[in-house]
Every structure is written in C-alpha cells, then in structure tokens.
Design a protein around this ligand. Structure first.
Ligand code: KIV
Ligand code: NA
Length: 266
C-alpha cells in the first residue's frame, strides 16, 4: 500500500474528507491500526499515562519515548508516524527543539513531530520545518501545561476564541502541517478549521474538525474507570483480557491446561 504523506492529508482537507488518527506505542497496536487503514499514528507523550503509568504527561523523557517511536515506525507499513516531543525537550530554545526533533527521526524513525503551544513556539516550528522535519502543532488544552492552565478544562471559550484562531494561524504561518485542537468548544474548532488551510485534528473539539484523534486504550476500552466526555469506546478490551487471564489461571489450577495438544511427546 502507498505510504501516507503530508500532501495526501492536505488533499483530504481540500476534498472535505475526514480521517482518523490514533495513538500507538508498540508493534502490535501500530500493525493493527495501520492495517485497519488509520492514516496517521501518533506516538503521544500520553505514553506517560498509558504505557508508563504516570499520572500526567510531564515526567516522560526522550529516552522513554524513543524506543516506543522506533517500534511504531518499524511496524507501520503505510501510516505517517508522528512523535510527540515530551515536556522539557523543546521549550528551552528553537535549537533544543530542533535537536529533539532530529532525534525522533534519526533514532525513532518517525516521519514528523508534534509539540504543544502557539505563538511562543513559532520560532521552534520554523527552525524544525526549515530543517525538513514536518511539525504538527497542538492548541487548546495542552496537557504539558496542566498546572499553568489549572487542570483539565475546556480552552478557547468566550474572548479566548479569537486568540485561539490567531494562534492557529500563527502556527500555520510558521510551517506546521496540521494542528491538534484539544478540548475546545465545537463552534470554535469549526471556526479554526475554516480559517486554516492545514488540517485540524480534534479531540474533544466537536465534529467539524478535519480529523479526529483518540488515545487507543480509551477508544478500545482497555483503560478502566470513567472516560472523559470526548471518548467513545468501540470495544471492551479490559473485560476481554480480564476474562482471558482468569480462564487461563482457572485452567492451570484445574490441570486442564496444558492439554496433550500443547505438550510434546518423547
Ligand atoms: O499524547 C497524546 O495522546 C496526544 C493526543 C491526545 C492528541 O497528544
Ligand atoms: Na501529547
């Protein structure tokens, strides 16, 4: 199958065709979503929550991200692989941002990087894209800033809507090829989507963005507990895996596994 590249995604926007992005953090998730036709896989810094078990995205490091990025890039045949730059790996200077982006492509074999922020990050986006590395921006609720933002809350309400549109135009002007809009009122996300030539990728941003993204463990019901409002569960993998593990344990206790067909003769 033909590889997904950025001009293809821009063509989808021009034709008004929507597309889905999913996170992936390992070989099988990447292989399965790629084969299912998901055109863009994000190795999110949400690996902090969904792989490493940290409470926020803040602790995850480049050294923790790189092996996951490399696994996803190696497994994906067709999808464009975007790697999140983790907190602290790009905010220091455009040069630091470029160095981190280069590592994601060189060591992680990613095709593009994503970073959180607008006007403040424009010089970094310019330098990275100038070096030939595509950048996806991320506006609205930006989890790496959760302490400054005062927790998980909708962004871009009221007067902040106009600023969000401006920030989106700024990252587009700096060279971003797409922009994630997280937890933004649906009408505001629609307005940003209309104002931009590059695709918007919504999460908690309503139905009118060019694309959608979900964390795969949320989408597939692997994570327990109450999911955020913007999540739709398309499977119940947590129950299914729980059932499989307890049946296996039951079989072992009962002596019904392994059976002769799982055993070797002399
Ligand atoms: O890290 C992540 O999973 C993300 C998406 C939710 C956009 O940044
Ligand atoms: Na992220």
């Amino acid at each position: 199958p033909k590889k997904v590249r950025i001009p293809y995604l821009h063509g989808l926007k021009q034709r008004g065709e929507k597309w889905a992005m999913l996170t992936a953090y390992d070989q099988y998730s990447a292989e399965i979503f790629d084969a299912a036709g998901i055109p863009v896989l994000l190795v999110g810094d949400s690996a902090a929550n969904n792989v490493y078990g940290y409470g926020t995205t803040l602790p995850v490091t480049m050294d923790e991200m790189l092996p996951l990025v490399r696994a996803v890039s190696t497994a994906a045949q067709r999808a464009l692989v975007v790697a999140d730059l983790p907190f602290g790996s790009y905010q220091g200077s455009p040069e630091q941002a470029l160095a981190s982006a280069v590592r994601m492509l060189k060591e992680g074999l990613a095709h593009a990087v994503k970073l959180e922020g607008g006007r403040q990050l424009a010089p970094a986006i310019e330098l990275i894209t100038g070096a030939g590395v595509p950048v996806m921006a991320h506006l609205g609720f930006t989890p790496q800033s959760e302490h400054a933002l005062g927790g998980y809350r909708v962004q871009g309400r009221g007067d902040a809507a106009e600023k969000l549109v401006e920030e989106a135009l700024t990252v587009q002007g700096a060279g971003a090829f797409a922009v994630v809009l997280e937890m933004v009122p649906a009408p505001v996300a629609a307005q940003v989507t209309k104002a931009l030539d590059i695709p918007t990728v919504g999460i908690g941003a309503g139905p009118d963005t060019d694309a959608q993204v979900l964390v795969w463990q949320d989408m597939a019901g692997l994570r327990g507990g109450k999911a955020p409002r913007f999540v739709k569960r398309y499977a119940d993998l947590r129950s299914e895996l729980t059932r499989a593990a307890s049946e296996y344990a039951d079989d072992v206790r009962a002596g019904t596994f392994p059976a002769p067909e799982h055993s070797f003769e002399e």
